[in-house]
Design a protein around this ligand. Structure first.
Ligand code: BV8
Ligand code: ZN
Length: 269
């Protein structure tokens, strides 16, 4: 089997107009409980680079896997805070795409219980109108103290372009020497147990699991489609490229999120 191509953002013009695969349409029509697992590819058509896209400009020479780690935070918190401030500025300036909106519309359909579990730390599902069951890698805008864990009501500085260093705010708690960090799960950190197990349970109890825009490289999130498949739940992958989860999928639909999901919703009638 050819190795999955490197995950990067794919824009609609790169993919021919989509036709809904009949087997996927049939599963979607009969499913009462749907679990949608999304990765960075879900936000690609909103202009948010995926985690392994070549970083642009100033961040080009940095590996996100290095920056998204407690070691990087310990080593240079101002650099890591600048990177998240830049990413938060991109997310704030972005709009939910037609894929986010299609999932929200599907969630509103009578008789369907659709749960979204996302690896993404952006708020585009919510801004697209969907309820999110679980942010299994945390949320960009959930700021907290790196020492006393207290949620912080400070905010990222809005950046018009990337800057190399931005000092993180100090913890607001009297006497705490901590600094405010992004409420995301860094590599080497444990996932929020409640969110992770809620996502696993939703996938295992579903009549249909859609895996949208994830390369399936990050664990333990990547095990969720396998756990669903092991329970006999049909798994459909929506991704323009082959990935580490393609093998676990009963059907692969080589299309982008913002093309496939609206097309599917339109066919549900
Ligand atoms: C943990 C938050 C233990 C931060 C993120 C060796 C083997 C296996 C595992 C490991 C290993 N060594 C270390 C590990 C564990 C490690 C891991 O999995 N490493 C891998 C990468 C080797 N995992 C961890 O460290 C996790 N924690 O294991 O803890 C533990 C237990 C107890 C106590 C203490 C510790 C924590 C992992 C969480 C890391 N945080 N995000 C931040 O965002 O800054 S992960 C990050 O990567 C994002 O959340 C993102 O969702 C995820 C995946 O990144 P991307 O590649 O960008 O996105 P994606 O994978 O979704 O790829 C893009 C896809 O979209 C592609 O397939 C592409 O084709 C597709 N696409 C592109 N355009 C479109 C599209 N699809 C649809 N439409 C389009 N238009
Ligand atoms: Zn504190």
């Amino acid at each position: 089997m050819p190795s999955p191509e490197s995950p990067r953002s794919v824009q609609p013009e790169e993919v021919t107009a989509v036709e809904v695969p009949p087997a996927v349409l049939e599963l979607a029509r009969s499913a009462r409980r749907v679990c949608v697992l999304t990765g960075a590819g879900m936000s690609a058509e909103s202009g948010i680079p995926t985690f392994r896209d070549v970083q642009v400009g100033l961040w080009e020479r940095f590996d996100p896997m290095e920056l998204a780690s407690p070691e990087a935070w310990r080593h240079d918190p101002a650099q890591v805070w600048a990177w998240y401030s830049w990413r938060a500025s991109l997310v704030r300036a972005a709009q939910p795409n037609a894929g986010h909106e299609a999932l929200a519309a599907w969630q509103q359909r009578a008789g369907v219980d659709l749960q979204v579990a996302t690896q993404n730390v952006d708020d585009l599902h919510e801004r697209g109108g969907a309820e999110v069951l679980a942010h299994i890698h945390g949320s960009l805008f959930a700021l907290r103290c790196d020492t006393c864990d207290r949620p912080s009501h400070t905010a990222y500085r809005d950046l018009a372009e990337p800057v190399a260093e931005v000092d993180p705010p100090a913890c607001e708690r009297e006497g705490c020497e901590g600094q405010v960090r992004p409420g995301v799960v860094w590599f080497g950190e444990a996932l929020p147990q409640e969110e992770f197990f809620a996502a696993v349970e939703a996938a295992q109890e579903a009549d249909l699991v859609l895996v949208v825009g994830t390369s399936g490289l990050v664990h333990p999130a990547a095990t969720i489609p396998h756990l669903a498949g092991a329970r006999g739940v049909p798994v459909v992958e929506i991704n323009p490229r082959e990935t580490e989860v393609s093998e676990a999928a009963d059907h692969v639909w080589r299309a982008t999120a913002a093309q496939a999901l609206p097309a599917l919703l339109a066919q549900l009638g």
